[in-house]
Design a protein around this ligand. Structure first.
Ligand code: FAD
Length: 366
């Protein structure tokens, strides 16, 4: 008999398991995948740490979270500075003076502000009714057409005119020559990949991989006093009230034997709407790799249906209302703790998962 059965060896499950074992509790951690780490799993291929489920850059403003993650591994000085490729034209992201200079030839913040203001006025949007109008009212037509429209439509699988304005409340626009994507104080990539970090977190737990909770839920539940569940909350309740929706992704990874530098940057976003993928990741650049080969991954957004990996919760009104019903059931549980992006039906960055897991730990052990 274990103290905790932890369903999901992702970051939430791993932080909980680490904290519980530090307090002398016993944990059995299961995952339906054949590896630990959840979506931040990295696999070493040709001596390059490959982010198997998309680019993962750790960033936070919270010193406690930064110190917390650093106890499990050393981070490098990687700074996320993605670029956009629009039909072969290259632009810096996030939208900043480098982007504006390339778009309009302007060189001062005042000139850039003027262009954006003129375009916003000319568009004449007063109350944005959809994402397209919202974006134009925030940043004008050029940035919208070249850098937002195609990417967003691919990401959501719908025309921007049919997407709610509320998806983008703000678009970060920076009037400095600063290509650093994040405003956070701390960022980096763990030297040697993320999997080693999760391994350390799970070092005192028993792990069983390729085990799906739902294949054997009654037997597995009997193995522990309590369950920490980081799978899909609607599935836990047998989809009683209906199915929560997600966006999915397909990753196509290639080892390029003849090339040692494919795109000169870790992340390149394809912002046109003809290229079927949204980005190409070149993994070695996350760790300033000097290997003779390189590995790239194309990321294709996909509609989600049962059986596909659920990556991004669709937190629209319909799904959020449905989630609230499941959350009500979850609140009544005495021996089940729900956590993580699937258990709480919420998009979390890694630093937010750590905060959330530590809050659960505090609640459980105080
Ligand atoms: C494409 C992409 C890019 C991202 N980039 C960043 C980034 O740059 N920076 C950042 O901070 N965050 C990023 N994130 C978010 C990051 O992945 C999450 O914050 C983090 O992985 C969530 O951890 P988790 O434990 O909640 O979920 P997961 O990592 O999903 O772990 C849940 C685990 O539970 C397992 N599981 C589910 N159901 C069952 C079951 N029935 N039985 C057994 N096991 C089960 C799953 O297999 C999975 O391993 C990104 C996410 C995606 C999708």
């Amino acid at each position: 008999m274990y103290d905790y059965l932890i369903v999901g060896a992702g970051l939430f499950g791993a932080v909980f398991a680490y904290e519980a074992t530090q307090r002398g509790k016993t944990c059995l951690v299961i995952d339906k995948r054949d590896h630990i780490g959840g979506n931040l799993y990295t696999e070493k291929i040709e001596d390059i740490n490959v982010h198997k489920y998309g680019a993962h850059i750790f960033h936070t403003n919270n010193k406690k979270v930064w110190d917390y993650i650093n106890q499990f591994g050393e981070f490098n000085r990687y700074t996320n500075a993605p670029i956009a490729n629009f039909n072969g034209e290259i632009y810096n992201l996030p939208f900043n003076m480098n982007t504006f200079n390339k778009l309009w030839g302007v060189s001062t913040p005042n000139e850039a502000r003027k262009v954006i203001e003129e375009q916003r006025k000319r568009a004449g949007v007063i109350t944005p009714k959809n994402l397209e109008e919202q974006a134009i009212s925030l940043v004008g037509t050029d940035i919208y057409k070249k850098l937002i429209k195609g990417y967003t439509e691919k990401q959501w699988g719908r025309p921007a005119k049919e997407l709610p304005a509320a998806i983008i409340r703000r678009i970060p626009v920076r009037f400095t020559y600063d290509n650093n994507y994040f405003n956070d104080k701390y960022q980096g990539i763990p030297i040697g990949g993320y999997t080693a970090i999760i391994e350390k977190m799970l070092m005192n737990s028993e792990k069983r991989l390729s085990v799906d909770f739902f294949q054997n839920r009654y037997e597995l539940s009997k193995l522990a006093h309590k369950i920490v569940f980081t799978g899909m909350i609607d599935q836990y309740y047998e989809f009683n009230y209906g199915v929560l929706e997600y966006r999915s992704l397909k990753f196509e990874t290639k080892v390029l034997h003849e090339i040692n530098n494919y795109q000169g940057n870790a992340v390149v976003n394809y912002t046109d709407n003809v290229t079927p993928y949204t980005r190409i990741i070149e993994h070695k650049h996350f760790e300033f790799g000097t290997q003779e080969k390189t590995i790239i991954t194309k990321e294709y957004p996909l509609d989600w249906e049962s059986g596909k990996e659920p990556y991004y919760p669709i937190n629209d009104e319909k799904n959020n209302n449905l989630y609230i019903k499941y959350e009500e059931l979850a609140k009544q549980e005495k021996n089940v703790i729900f956590g993580g992006r699937l258990g709480l039906y919420k998009y979390f960055d890694m630093h937010q998962v750590i905060v959330s897991a530590l809050e659960s730990v505090k609640k459980e052990f105080s």
